[in-house]
Design a protein around this ligand. Structure first.
Ligand SMILES: C[S@@+](CC[C@H](N)C(=O)[O-])C[C@H]1O[C@@H](n2cnc3c(N)ncnc32)[C@H](O)[C@@H]1O
Length: 229
């Protein structure tokens, strides 16, 4: 059981609402930040329990920024937690937010989970995550839900939108794909059930390398040709 599950199950806290398998995903991608002073933004506060969970997980070292459309959530503000009331679907609000908060080590989108919200938030805030930061979008299953307007391979869902990230990651290898800010700033995509984690890193054109005795390599190549014949 990792620290998040421990806290979730065995500590006193306000209500937390997560899918059970998310704890392992968070821990896998966030544990390296535990000893550092970091800035984290969670979109979607609800009862405020996850804000307590992040404070505990990062040993009190995190400054936590949080967004919710519900003005009631302002009550969860504290010396460690700064709450902003607004909609993640509102580009102007998100641009204003960027002028107020520092660049982020971690962004977690656990808001309303419509794909318009997920896409608007990604478009507005991905560049506000630090060069080595982590972007997490949750509850991607809404892309498949009829009542969210989704469905298998349905255009305009976040899942379909994010499939383009795979091409963008490989833009160095095909002139038809423009090398853009995403290509230059995303190192890896991690898809889990209902969660996408994007790990950022400054990227430059990849190159292949060789090491070892050329004679051996040539012989290997010759052997390979012989086998294939
Ligand atoms: C799933 S709950 C968040 C759960 C919380 N992170 C936790 O782990 O306990 C979703 C929250 O997103 C908020 N929300 C819904 N639509 C939103 C929007 N357009 N912008 C910002 N927040 C929104 C809701 O008010 C609700 O508090």
């Amino acid at each position: 059981m990792n620290d998040l599950e421990q806290f979730f199950l065995h500590s006193q806290h306000r209500l937390i609402h997560k899918w059970q398998h998310y704890f392992e995903i968070y821990d896998r991608h966030l544990q390296h930040l535990k000893g550092s002073k970091i800035n984290i933004l969670e979109i979607g506060i609800a009862h405020g329990g996850s804000l307590q969970m992040w404070d505990h997980y990062f040993n009190g070292n995190a400054t936590i920024y949080a967004v919710d459309i519900n003005p009631e959530c302002k009550k969860f503000e504290s010396d460690k937690v700064k709450v902003f009331i607004g909609s993640q679907e509102d580009e102007k609000f998100l641009q204003q937010l960027k002028t107020t908060i520092p660049r982020l080590d971690v962004l977690i989108d656990d808001g309303g989970h419509t794909f318009k919200q997920q896409i608007t938030t990604f478009k507005s805030l991905f560049d506000h995550v630090k060069d080595d930061g982590i972007y997490i979008c949750e509850d991607l299953h809404t892309s498949y839900f009829k009542h969210f307007g989704g469905g298998l391979k349905k255009r305009k869902t976040f899942i379909e939108y994010s499939k383009n990230f795979i091409d963008k990651l490989h833009a160095w290898h095909n002139k038809k794909i423009p090398v853009d800010d995403f290509t230059r700033s995303a190192q890896s995509l991690h898809y889990y059930d209902s969660v996408l984690v994007i790990e950022k890193r400054k990227m430059s054109p990849p190159f292949d390398v060789k090491s070892g005795e050329p004679a051996i390599e040539d012989k290997f190549a010759a052997d390979l040709v012989a086998i294939q014949k």
